[in-house]
Write a protein that binds this ligand. Structure first.
Ligand SMILES: NC(=O)c1ccc[n+]([C@@H]2O[C@H](COP(=O)([O-])OP(=O)(O)OC[C@H]3O[C@@H](n4cnc5c(N)ncnc54)[C@H](OP(=O)(O)O)[C@@H]3O)[C@@H](O)[C@H]2O)c1
Length: 269
């Protein structure tokens, strides 16, 4: 695939944060390759954005937990002469204690958040570093900063994402590369994430919910400054700052004996 405009590849572009990245990048003049399982949604978005912004938008129906599908996206990233940005955004949540939850969904989450992110980052990075240009955004979560019982694989895979991204950031910095990499760590964001999870949004007050547009704008603004970790919203910046300062024992106490955890336990019984 070649073209005159820079190309952005966005995974999980059929809804939420990924679709918002696609809309924002289209308005900034990027050509797009949109990846997700729901082809009808991708095509609808592609038609809308190519018509409105006169850009090239291709769609790739792919389940990134599937080896052959993953390889197809790797090939796209490796062969795109105008690749400028990869957004590893596809993801989903989980609920339930680790041993009580079917292994299949835990396995799929690790394939998607860890293996797909690792493989697609590798394919994109080889292309970008060879041309010494471009960037990768890995969409993690504020969940990366704290362990939480009842959602083990989600918190663990997002923490992995932060560490993975930080290591590559250091490799790029120490080699003097102009390629940027970012770990985007949103808090609660209005998307389909909690609908897929089957959770109503009223478990936490409205002030904690952010529009996907604010998350994406914070990410793209920080990308120009080569900021490694991006936590959108002042509440979450404060929360992450406090969590990092607290002794781990205090965090563990709050998560196992605090009012929220006791309420959760009561609901389980
Ligand atoms: N919303 C929040 O509160 C929040 C907070 C922190 C972090 N995040 C992170 O933000 C990212 C985007 O989530 P979102 O909030 O925008 O949720 P969303 O609206 O549910 O979007 C998730 C996207 O991931 C795609 N996806 C899921 N499984 C996939 C698979 N196996 N292969 C390919 N694509 C797959 C979905 O598309 P298809 O179903 O069409 O495949 C969809 O486009 C996730 O990584 C999530 O962990 C969200």
């Amino acid at each position: 695939m070649g073209g005159t405009k820079p190309l952005a590849v966005v995974t999980g572009a059929s809804s939420g944060i990924g679709a918002t990245f696609a809309r924002t990048l289209a308005a900034r003049g990027y050509d797009l390759a949109l990846v997700a399982r729901r082809q009808d949604r991708l095509q609808q978005l592609a038609d809308e954005l190519s018509g409105k912004f006169h850009i090239n938008v291709t769609t790739l129906k792919a389940d990134l937990t599937d080896e052959a599908n993953l390889q197809a996206v790797e090939n796209l990233l490796a062969g795109a002469a105008n690749l400028e940005l990869l957004v590893n955004n596809a993801g989903f949540g989980s609920l339930g204690r680790f041993a009580e939850t079917p292994i299949e969904s835990q396995d799929a989450m690790h394939r998607l958040h860890v293996l797909a992110t690792m493989r697609l980052t590798h394919a994109a990075l080889r292309n970008l570093t060879a041309r010494d240009t471009g960037a990768i955004i890995n969409v993690a979560s504020v969940a990366a900063y704290v362990p939480r019982p009842g959602s083990t694989s989600y918190y663990a895979t997002k923490a992995w994402m932060n560490c993975f991204t930080e290591c590559i950031y250091l490799e790029l910095k120490s080699s003097g590369s102009r390629v940027h990499i970012q770990s985007l760590c949103p808090g609660f964001t209005y998307t389909e994430f909690h609908d897929v999870l089957g959770v109503k949004r009223d478990f936490i007050s409205g002030g904690w919910w952010m529009p996907a547009e604010d998350v994406v704008n914070a990410s793209l603004q920080a990308l120009g400054k080569n900021q490694l970790f991006v936590v959108p919203g002042w509440r979450y910046k404060l929360l992450v700052g406090l969590i990092r300062l607290m002794p781990r024992g205090v965090v563990h106490f709050a998560l196992t004996r605090g009012p929220a955890s006791l309420r959760r336990e009561r609901q389980r019984r």
